[in-house]
Design a protein around this ligand. Sequence first.
Ligand code: C5P
Length: 395
Amino acid sequence: MSRSGREVLLGVGGGIAAYKACDLLRRLQDHGFLVTVVPTPASLNFVGTATWEALSGRRVLSQVWENVHAVPHIHYAERADYIVIAPATADLIARLAHGRADDLLTNIVLASRAPKLIVPAMHPEMWLDPATVANVSILRERGFLVMEPDVGRLTGADIGPGRFPESARILERLHEIVGRSADLLGRKILVTAGGTREPIDPVRYIGNRSSGKQGYAIAQAAASRGAQVHLIAANCELADIQGVEITHVETTAQLEQSLAQYFLTTDVLVMCAAVADAKPVQMSNEKIKKNTLLRIDLVANPDLLAQIARQRVSGQVIVGFAAETENHLDNARRKISEKALDLLYLNDVSGGAIFGSEMTHGTLLDSDGGALNISEVSKDSLAHVLLDQVVTRLR
Ligand code: C5P
């Protein structure tokens, strides 16, 4: 499990459609791809490095003369699972067809064996020019997937083939290449999200800082990949997800009851919810007076995940989450075996990081000793990376 399988290198050529590639980048991220942008130097006249770095959350280089000690063209070529070049100008297509390596992007293309999707955008005369036609056919012969541009209005008054396609159409092509847009079709997934609360009295409770965002992202991602999803949400203030059945719970006991109801018929359980480790021995029916609230006697809650994993039926995949501030890996490995899990995502939450945030970082571990480091990605992206691993295990 050393690769996520979702690394996209987005090459941006120097055409006005470069601004549309900003939306493409966002949509790629929504679909769980991890994107590194490599613009050509000319394209920086349209969209600058700062924009690409802010949108991708990653360092952006365009020349081979930057960061030389890290040999970026080889590093990027090895990391990319897919290369998408959008927009590809007539000049960039010509350089690629002739094997030129005069900027970082063209060096990477030569050094990479990943599938390459080229999205041309230019004026119709340039697209239809015999030189471009010949260059495109060379690329196609060599296995590049060159999309047909849209027909329509261009930057000036001219109309014809050459428009940059909608992001959705580009994603559709990429998904065809990736071949896993509906890889959870017919599967049932049970996801828990948020954090349980244990009432002390009618106004106070013991709780935790889990927002539920990660669990919701997993539910949404699983639904978009064709799964039938049931989400058990513990105290989440998030909008419902279309097509996902949601049961709302408050306490650990309610979560336990819902898990028992849905677990046996599910193919996958993703236990993302933070379960309160203890609860008051007794809840007071009246609000406890300030001066008598100096001590609360607690009793431990059961470990719901360990408990339910013991009832596992064959073929089920069980995923746990762990939030640790110290001895991360040792504790995580112990939890995988103690709780009999297939996968565990380890969040490093020191300093309160990750709770409520749109982003996450950590390590995805499996029961075979594999580990995948996840650095600063959106919770949507993590959801897809995790589901990729689930799909492999379901097979
Ligand atoms: O042991 P720890 O709390 O770090 O384990 C985290 C994982 O175990 C999470 O997946 C969480 O949902 C689950 N858990 C549980 N019941 C508990 C505590 C944790 O199901 N009482």
